[in-house]
Design a protein around this ligand. Structure first.
Ligand code: HEC
Ligand code: HEC
Ligand code: HEC
Ligand code: HEC
Ligand code: HEC
Ligand code: HEC
Ligand code: HEC
Ligand code: HEC
Ligand code: HEC
Ligand code: HEC
Ligand code: HEC
Ligand code: HEC
Ligand code: HEC
Length: 441
């Protein structure tokens, strides 16, 4: 560097003698020392090339002006910084030095601020006081996702939002491409559910489930919140996510696991309804039982239960009498008749419809089809029992558990219940009953 480059300034705060023109550099122990000391020094400054930006006005007075105006000062060397469609506002209206220190800085890219995020925070409150900040945001890396000068995409993004997310969240990406069942909105931008910067909810969610999900699933919202019988698992905070994954799954309906397994995470022990009524453990009802009801053996709970909410007791999908006695009508048994034929109970005489018959006398008809009919629950346990045809072991009767003592034979069966004398039935050699009316207690 020749003498022409020996630029000196009035700006020195310390009381030193005016520099002489023989001095070789502007950065000495006394003058402008700090410019070269910060971790990041601008190229021309480290070369001592002050003249590329400062032009001498008056050597004696040690005054200088900037060599070029506005952006030209910098774009003289850095060409056009705003080649893309969408230009960051400060590059339209301000100066490069609003964001960059022309000499040196404590952070990369010569930005003004300890980190890039500090710089952005001077003008944007985007991430102020966010309880759950996003990883890259928390460490100040705004420019992993945003171009600082200009971009062809909205919001100065460096890529399509979803691609951006995939660039780091490879697990989510592979789940979406590999799992059979994918949540339909997920190929849409992830930012439909997540705030890219952070949020007041865990996982940067814009809202917690179920509200997050209700935003699109109005039909489920209606069932869940207006049904006579609601299900805590659905309506409580975090709701839907007890059973569903938000993105993709190997199980249909993007369930987290097989439905029955999910139910048993809570119903492996007794719980209580809203109004304090006990809900017995489901697991205890089927554990080690010899005879499981068909759909239960198939682990199918939704054939009978409307998980999201129902107007029928115990979240049943259809009508089923709650008591042990009920005047008969087919619609009261809509639940059972959705899989079993009504004729089971409508036909007085049959030689094939049911095995619960004495000769051709249909004992289902006899017990169920009348004003004070026995409901199915009087004889059958719903989920499982140790007796064949999941016949109940006992019936609650006041404070007493009335035993049924059912026994099956090759051609019939019999019981010795507490409610009437022992009875047997036989399909081949019908038993003669003294008076069928005794069956009616
Ligand atoms: C890339 C252009 C550029 C280079 C190179 C440059 N300056 Fe500057 N300098 C500026 C700008 C622009 C300002 C106006 C203040 C601001 O925006 O920070 C400035 C201001 C100054 C000031 C006024 C006080 C201050 O810090 O604001 C001094 C002193 C100064 N420069 C010294 C130097 C010295 C010494 C060199 C060479 C070692 C140098 N400059 C190299 C652009 C430059
Ligand atoms: C005389 C040419 C010249 C001028 C004028 C100039 N620069 Fe530079 N700038 C350079 C050189 C050389 C580098 C170093 C390039 C490198 O390291 O790849 C650089 C690097 C930078 C960097 C990157 C630093 C980093 O850590 O990556 C920024 C930011 C920058 N300049 C901003 C500015 C700004 C703002 C102005 C206007 C105030 C400006 N430059 C004016 C030559 C110039
Ligand atoms: C709103 C603040 C802001 C303004 C205004 C701004 N920059 Fe930058 N600039 C940045 C940030 C932040 C980075 C660092 C980007 C990163 O981390 O990759 C950067 C990076 C740079 C770099 C480093 C190389 C690169 O492109 O990554 C150069 C050179 C640069 N700016 C020059 C300029 C020039 C010239 C101007 C004025 C025309 C300007 N900047 C205006 C914020 C700004
Ligand atoms: C000097 C002030 C200033 C700084 C520093 C600044 N911005 Fe901006 N930014 C603005 C203004 C002004 C707008 C336009 C008004 C608005 O959208 O808020 C804007 C807009 C934006 C937008 C929205 C663009 C759009 O298309 O809607 C993004 C994204 C953005 N800035 C990101 C950043 C990032 C990242 C940083 C830090 C690298 C940063 N800004 C630093 C002033 C600034
Ligand atoms: C993981 C990527 C990512 C990071 C990191 C990131 N942003 Fe964003 N930012 C986005 C996306 C995506 C949008 C668009 C949001 C939308 O359209 O709803 C956005 C939008 C913005 C906007 C426009 C206004 C708004 O809130 O929608 C500003 C300003 C902004 N970001 C600033 C920042 C600042 C400052 C940082 C660093 C503290 C930062 N961003 C870090 C992805 C990111
Ligand atoms: C630069 C890499 C990067 C990009 C890009 C990125 N993330 Fe992240 N993300 C992270 C890191 C690092 C964490 C913190 C990891 C952790 O806590 O397990 C994180 C955490 C998250 C979390 C919370 C995870 C948890 O277990 O609490 C969500 C949700 C998330 N990111 C969504 C997104 C979305 C949506 C986008 C796109 C807008 C995105 N990420 C883009 C790196 C990234
Ligand atoms: C329909 C809303 C929704 C959409 C769309 C969505 N997410 Fe999520 N995401 C969630 C919910 C809810 C959680 C929390 C899951 C939990 O807590 O069990 C989550 C959790 C995450 C996590 C934390 C780790 C995990 O898997 O639990 C990451 C990372 C994540 N999402 C990334 C993404 C990415 C990337 C996209 C876009 C491809 C995306 N999300 C789209 C709702 C969504
Ligand atoms: C942005 C809108 C949107 C949000 C938010 C949303 N979903 Fe969806 N979801 C859809 C659309 C669209 C479908 C496909 C059509 C349908 O089945 O209704 C769908 C389908 C589903 C399905 C059926 C999947 C299948 O394989 O049939 C389930 C289960 C589901 N969403 C659960 C959730 C849960 C849980 C949440 C909250 C974490 C949620 N959704 C949030 C839009 C959304
Ligand atoms: C206790 C477990 C459980 C919870 C909690 C749960 N679901 Fe489901 N969901 C299921 C099961 C099981 C199915 C599939 C069987 C069916 O209902 O036909 C399903 C099916 C769905 C379907 C697709 C079929 C349909 O009915 O449209 C959507 C959409 C859905 N759920 C959304 C939600 C939303 C939204 C929430 C939270 C408000 C939620 N689920 C809470 C277990 C649950
Ligand atoms: C996250 C825990 C949880 C999961 C998972 C769960 N439940 Fe529940 N369930 C409860 C709680 C707590 C109650 C009692 C409060 C109430 O009625 O909502 C309940 C009540 C019930 C009731 C009785 C409702 C009434 O009003 O009498 C039925 C039936 C039921 N659940 C069936 C299921 C089925 C079927 C599944 C699986 C698809 C399932 N539950 C999964 C927690 C859960
Ligand atoms: C054939 C119809 C049917 C099927 C299939 C079924 N349930 Fe039930 N469930 C009922 C009926 C009816 C009740 C009401 C109590 C009763 O009458 O025994 C009930 C009650 C419940 C209750 C409340 C506790 C109780 O015993 O009253 C839970 C929990 C429950 N079922 C869970 C399940 C689970 C988990 C599955 C799937 C493995 C399932 N159910 C399959 C009909 C069924
Ligand atoms: C979702 C369909 C479905 C519903 C609803 C249903 N069942 Fe069943 N039920 C079955 C299947 C499947 C079998 C097994 C048939 C077989 O193995 O031949 C079965 C078998 C039975 C058996 C005979 C068990 C055996 O070992 O042969 C009885 C008793 C029974 N169900 C009673 C009922 C009662 C009472 C109701 C109403 C509360 C009902 N079912 C509702 C599907 C259903
Ligand atoms: C009074 C006791 C009793 C009542 C009430 C009762 N059942 Fe049965 N049910 C039986 C007996 C006993 C068998 C076993 C017959 C055999 O295999 O010998 C049986 C068998 C069945 C079977 C197996 C197929 C068959 O008919 O052999 C089905 C299905 C069935 N019952 C459904 C129902 C339904 C649905 C209801 C209510 C509408 C009901 N039962 C009410 C005692 C009863």
């Amino acid at each position: 560097m020749g003498a022409t480059l020996a630029l000196i300034f009035t700006g020195a705060a310390r009381a030193v003698d005016k520099p002489t023109t023989t001095q070789k550099t502007c950065v000495t122990a006394e003058c402008h020392a700090t410019y070269a000391k910060k971790p990041f020094v601008h190229g021309p400054v480290s070369l001592g090339d002050c003249k590329s930006c400062h032009e001498e006005v008056d050597a004696k007075a040690h005054t200088y002006k900037l060599s070029r105006e506005g952006r030209d000062l910098c774009e003289y060397c850095h060409l056009d910084q705003t080649t893309k469609k969408n230009i960051h506002e400060p590059l339209k209206t301000g100066k490069c030095t609003d964001c960059h220190d022309p000499h040196s800085s404590d952070s990369k890219a010569l930005v003004r601020g300890k980190t890039i995020a500090d710089l952005c925070a001077k003008c944007h409150e985007t991430v102020k006081d966010v309880q759950f900040p996003h990883g890259p945001v928390a460490v100040g890396e705004c420019t992993i996702c945003h171009a600082s000068h200009s971009s062809d995409r909205p919001k100065l993004l460096v890529d399509e939002p979803t691609n951006l997310c995939f660039s780091c969240h490879t697990v989510t990406k592979s789940e979406l491409s590999q799992f059979e069942f994918v949540h339909e909105p997920v190929p849409l931008p992830c930012i439909g559910c997540h705030n890219p910067h952070g949020a007041a909810n865990p996982k940067m969610l814009k809202a917690d489930a179920p509200d997050l999900c209700y935003a699109c699933h109005k039909d489920i919202q209606k069932v869940a919140t207006t049904s006579k019988h609601k299900h805590d698992a659905v309506t409580e905070k975090g709701g839907c996510l007890h059973c569903h994954t938000p993105h993709a799954s190997t199980v249909q309906f993007i369930l987290k696991d097989a439905p029955m397994t999910l139910c048993e995470t809570c119903h492996n022990e007794p719980v209580k309804t809203e109004d304090g009524q006990p809900v017995p453990s489901f697991t205890a009802q089927i554990k080690d039982k010899k005879s499981l009801h068909g759909p239960v053996a198939q682990k199918n709970c939704t054939g009978c239960h409307a998980t999201h909410g129902s107007d029928h007791f115990r979240l049943l999908v259809k009508e089923y009498p709650q008591a042990f006695y009920a005047p008969f009508s087919t619609d009261k048994y809509a639940l059972c008749f959705s899989c079993h034929p009504e004729s089971l109970v409508l036909t007085a005489r049959t030689s094939e419809l049911t095995d619960f018959r004495n000769g051709d006398m249909n004992l289902h008809y006899v017990h169920v089809n009348k004003q004070r009919g026995r409901t199915c629950r009087s004889c059958h346990a719903t989920h499982a029992s140790d007796l064949p045809k999941h016949i109940r072991e006992s019936v609650p009767y006041g404070v007493w558990n009335l035993p049924i003592q059912f026994q099956k034979t090759d051609t019939g069966g019999g019981c010795r219940p507490g409610c009437h004398q022992p009875f047997t039935y036989d399909r081949k050699t019908p038993v003669t009953y003294p008076d069928v009316a005794v069956v009616r207690r």
